[in-house]
Design a protein. Structure first.
Lengths: 302, 285
């Protein structure tokens, strides 16, 4: 990019930001106003957070179903909405965030997913967002994923997961869910969430077997794919990205087995093996490197 | 009137955004070579700005008036200005995964409590006569003042950095107490992270230009010009005792118990000896 064009863009960015301030529409992000009764749905990117927003949204709001058009007013994300809008939502709120440990988030549901699957999903996501080309090798992407080159502010998968689990693992206001467990037994996962929300005096939820099943059915990959086809052009997360690549992808676990090379798998496992194991993700490569994790990660999973 | 005030403040924010004058804070642009001096509030971070600033900068001694230029804090200047300044930055943030090189300063939370109490008197967050015991309850619950509460309580802050970065190449922890006892030794130990050759002359100069007595006399001369403190109460100094263990004759047994009950395990891990036994009875004076 030519320097002149670069500074023109900076100027436009500054003026756009000033305009947003003028009309009270700054993006909340890290400047979000946090209320003591908030519940945060936190995860590293591409760890099933959007699916969870559908699941929980369909459970919490039984009268109509969650779509990509209304999810931002049900369980909104903090990066595309302005603080003023979020402040006006009915309380208690449930908000989506990708932040590393935030001490002032009062209640947190943290979702974790096998980083080998996250790598595959994140790769396709970056193709969709035009950050990398169609033919960019996955093998070149993985080391950059490990080094947290994409979305640096959320840290690496390890930084994000470890920061929350090590600091809040025993706290009554923290609930960790594995994506894989949610896929395998969504009823059990939702029951855990309901217990957690009840314990933390969230709004009243109907958690009959029918209500849980309804939420699960309304959040199936098939339904989400169909909705994405209709609504992708209007949803803030997908607007402007490549429409030939879906946002809702495989929605299954273990895809990495067929999509990652042995070297890529070994790279991820040697970087984060101890943390992965403590979360119950079995390692497959023979490890040569000595343990790099501090003792603090051991025994995270209770 | 209140409405008018609100509109006026809003317009001020608009103008500062348009002119690029919003303090960087968490929106800071981070570069791969940056060095961050991180610590909880009142954990010696201003002193460390002097000490490390004088260790790194060889031309101009650090003072209260040039500190914002030589060792800037991320909360005062806009990102645009910070990009042009030396990149040794002071920050009070809880774990931030982007910081590439970090010197983390930790201090006995019992001393932090006392120091933070006097600081909040100085900046008029609490009034004269406010009970220290009551303040300690708020301190432990991170319920003092919103800008501080946001980065968590002392234990959240310390553990967030320690558990995520201990043993990693870009991270060194230093105890305020060790820095105070033997600053030359600690500077020498931390020199490789700063990519500095710690010659005895260079270390000695940094220590001399950052002594408590030197800083106290500078504060007397400059406190009216130092932007961060010019509107605060001038009868309470910013540079206080610069000693460790002051809590012993300031905190009540109850306050000590509150702190040790909340954070005892972390304090022990960091080598801060507890004075309450398992039943929270005073065993040492």
């Amino acid at each position: 990019m030519a320097p002149a064009q670069g500074s023109a863009q900076t100027l436009i960015g500054t003026l756009a930001q000033a305009w947003r301030v003028l009309i009270g529409r700054q993006i909340a992000g890290r400047g979000l106003t946090v209320f003591p009764d908030d519940v945060f749905l936190v995860s590293y990117p591409r760890s099933g957070n959007t699916w969870a927003r559908f699941l929980l949204g369909n459970l919490i709001y039984p009268n109509d179903s969650v779509t990509f058009s209304n999810v931002e007013s049900r369980i909104p994300e903090i990066y595309f909405n302005c603080d003023r809008f979020l402040r006006q939502l009915p309380r208690p709120r449930m908000l989506k965030s990708h932040e590393c440990f935030q001490p002032h988030y009062p209640r947190v549901i943290y979702m974790v997913r096998d980083p080998r699957d996250v790598a595959v999903s994140f790769y396709h996501h970056n193709v969709k967002a035009r950050n990398i080309a169609d033919d960019y090798p996955v093998a070149s992407f993985v080391p950059r994923f490990i080094a947290a080159e994409f979305d640096r502010k959320f840290g690496s998968w390890r930084d994000n997961v470890l920061s929350w689990t090590v600091l809040r693992k025993d706290a009554p206001r923290f609930l960790m869910l594995r994506y894989e467990d949610m896929k395998q037994d969504p009823i059990q996962a939702l029951t855990k969430v309901v217990d957690f929300l009840e314990r933390n005096s969230f709004r009243k939820i109907n958690f009959s077997a029918e209500a849980l099943q309804r939420a699960i059915d309304l959040s199936s990959p098939e339904r989400m794919r169909a909705l994405e086809k209709q609504e992708a052009g209007r949803w803030v997360l997908t607007k402007g990205t490549r429409s030939d690549k879906p946002f809702v992808r495989s929605a299954i676990s273990g895809v990495w087995k067929s999509q990652l090379s042995a070297d890529s798998v070994a790279a991820i496992e040697s970087a984060w093996g101890d943390l992965m194991q403590s979360l119950g993700y079995e390692l497959v490569s023979t490890r040569t490197a000595a343990s790099v994790e501090p003792a603090s990660v051991r025994g995270l999973r209770s | 009137m209140k409405q008018l005030n609100k509109i006026w403040m809003n317009l001020g924010t608009v103008a500062s955004t348009a002119l690029g004058r919003v303090p960087a804070g968490r929106g800071l642009t981070v570069f791969p070579d940056d060095i961050f001096l991180v610590g909880y509030f009142r954990s010696g971070s201003t002193w460390s700005r002097f000490l490390f600033g004088n260790f790194i900068q060889q031309n101009e001694p650090v003072t209260f008036t040039n500190m914002e230029r030589l060792v800037p804090i991320i909360y005062n200047l806009p990102d645009r200005v910070l990009r042009t300044l030396p990149r040794v930055l002071k920050s009070h943030e809880c774990f931030d995964p982007r910081y590439p090189r970090v010197i983390y300063i930790v201090r006995d939370p019992r001393d932090v409590a006392v120091s933070f109490y006097f600081f909040n008197l100085k900046v008029r967050v609490i009034p004269d006569g406010y009970s220290l015991d009551e303040f300690v309850d708020r301190f432990v619950a991170a319920n003092v003042v919103p800008y501080a509460d946001r980065v968590g309580c002392w234990q959240d802050h310390v553990l967030s950095w320690l558990r995520l970065r201990e043993g990693k190449p870009g991270f060194r922890m230093v105890r305020y107490e060790d820095l105070l006892a033997d600053p030359a030794k600690e500077l020498t130990r931390l020199a490789p992270l700063l990519r500095i050759d710690p010659t005895p002359e260079r270390v000695e100069r940094a220590v001399r230009l950052s002594s408590a007595s030197h800083m106290q006399s500078l504060e007397k001369q400059q406190s009216k010009q130092w932007a961060a403190m010019k509107d605060s109460r001038q009868d309470i100094p910013f540079v206080r005792e610069a000693k460790s263990g002051g809590w012993r004759n300031k905190l009540s047994a109850n306050a000590v118990r509150t702190i040790e009950q909340a954070w005892g395990a972390t304090m022990t891990e960091l080598g801060y000896e507890l004075v309450m036994d398992a039943d929270r009875e005073l065993v040492k004076g």
